[in-house]
Design a protein around this ligand. Structure first.
Ligand SMILES: *Cc1c(COP(=O)(O)O)cnc(C)c1O
Length: 443
């Protein structure tokens, strides 16, 4: 059994926090309590899965509940923030976060629902051009979504869905290989749909290069930004992305299942020939309550809406988006590069002489804040359970063998990163457990 000594001492982590030019806004969040490892709060590195609750969220939700209690239906017009146009409050901050024009942006539904609404308009296969290209390690919901879209068009998903794999022996896709594929096979591609940051490996894709190559090949290019939004700066309009969708409960901290966001490029928003599913929120708000039988189209991303906005799901997102406006995504990214670089150095040492290694690209330009560690000797779920119960470190497992650590720049500290790396080193060096027993065996 190997003994791993953490390379950098705790005092150094505390020093890095003390001199940080953009300190973590940890005090603005509820950090879950723990007693493990002698700490009062967990080191929370799972914000890529569910962001922490901002302290301001409760009051925002309570205001809506109070307005509902006080006003009933009149709240649609008379609430402190009237409910009828409530979604408009989220538009501008969401647009700023993804680098979009306000007219290109709408906050609505859940992510997978929005993927389907976007594909209803933008996946229009023909006999010659029918393929949907995804990364092989795409998130399962995206995989199921594209397969079901192929079936809706009477196609066999095994033929219509193309999954791009990394080269043998590699963990991440190379941009040049994606571009090469699009040059060779682009003539049969109807839709390119990648994750901006891959949920499993943490790889940040080259969104502008892949978008340009896909469009040059005649395909539509959509992006799932679930792991990119609030994690890396985005310029969707400038990059010419056709459409994108994302959730707000990971890095944006909008709460479990929070309402999602959608982007449709300006060149498409006035295209009334696009097929769409419609509802009463698709129509022009000026005449919506005339209650006529036909939709009056609006030439913004709002025309993809179906339903009246879920106020209780939107209030937390509004709070969270405002925090990003206050801090600024560029400043946050600078802090993120420093913090993740620090954790990467610690993990490289923690993993040096055991069967574990970081599979996320080492180049900061090719990753966001998440670092994924592949562990071959102990099941990932067991590693995470021990990190939590023995050390008060919250990471997350993607079975069978990946543990993800996200030092989220908005609320994580260098000390959190130090705790995570030290705890991982301790867990790895103590060897595998018998399943679920909680006791250590020498390996
Ligand atoms: C988190 C995530 C989802 C989740 O989809 P929901 O519809 O919000 O449940 C989908 N796709 C990707 C890539 C994700 O990371």
């Amino acid at each position: 059994m190997s003994t791993v000594v953490c390379p950098v001492d705790e005092a150094h982590a505390l020093h890095l926090d003390a001199v940080d030019p953009l300190p973590a806004r940890r005090a603005d969040f509820h950090v879950p309590p723990t007693t493990a490892g002698g700490y009062a709060e967990v080191a929370y590195l799972a914000g890529n899965s569910l962001g922490l609750q901002p302290r301001a969220t409760r009051a925002a939700l309570e205001q809506e509940l109070a307005d509902w209690a006080r006003l009933g239906v009149e709240g649609h017009l008379e609430a402190g923030r009237p409910w009828k146009p409530y979604h408009e409050l989220l538009r501008d901050p969401a647009a700023r976060l993804v680098g979009a024009l306000p007219a290109e942006t709408v906050v609505m539904n859940s992510l997978t629902v929005d993927l389907h609404l976007m594909m209803t308009s933008f996946y229009r296969p023909t006999p010659e051009r029918y393929a949907i290209v995804v990364e092989d390690s795409t998130f399962p919901s995206d995989s199921y979504a594209v397969q079901s879209q192929a079936r809706l068009h009477g196609l066999d998903p095994a033929e219509a869905v193309v999954r791009l794999r990394p080269r043998p022996g590699e963990d991440c896709l190379r941009t040049e290989d994606v571009l090469g594929f699009l040059r060779r096979e682009g003539h049969r591609v109807a839709l390119v749909l990648f994750g901006g940051v891959n949920y499993l490996t943490g790889e940040l894709m080259d969104v502008p290069a892949i978008t340009a190559a896909g469009r040059a090949a005649g395909a539509v290019v959509g992006w799932d930004l679930a792991h990119a939004v609030g994690n890396v700066p985005l310029r969707l309009h400038e990059w010419g992305v056709d459409w994108a969708a994302w959730c707000h409960y990971k890095y944006v901290n909008g709460g479990p299942g929070a309402v999602a966001g959608c982007f449709v490029h300006e060149r498409h928003i006035a295209d009334r020939t696009l097929p769409k599913l419609q509802g009463w929120w698709s129509t022009d708000p000026a005449t919506r309550f005339a209650m006529g039988p036909d939709v009056a189209p609006v030439d913004t991303a709002d025309s993809w809406q179906l339903s009246n906005p879920p106020i209780l799901a939107m209030a937390p997102v509004l709070v969270s988006l405002r925090m990003f406006d206050e801090v600024g995504m560029e400043a946050l990214r600078d802090r993120s590069v420093r913090l993740t670089g620090y954790l990467a150095d610690l993990l490289a040492t923690a993993c040096a002489d055991v069967s574990a290694r970081v599979i996320t690209p080492a180049d900061p330009r090719r990753r966001g804040c998440q670092l994924s560690v592949r562990i071959t000797r102990t099941p990932a779920e067991e590693v995470c359970a021990r990190l939590r119960h023995e050390h008060g470190v919250i990471a997350d497992a993607r079975p069978p063998d990946v543990v993800r650590f996200a030092p989220v720049p908005l609320y994580c500290t260098h000390h959190d990163a130090w705790r995570a790396a030290t705890a991982l080193a301790a867990v790895l060096s103590s060897g595998p457990l018998s399943s679920g027993s909680g006791e250590t065996h020498d390996a």
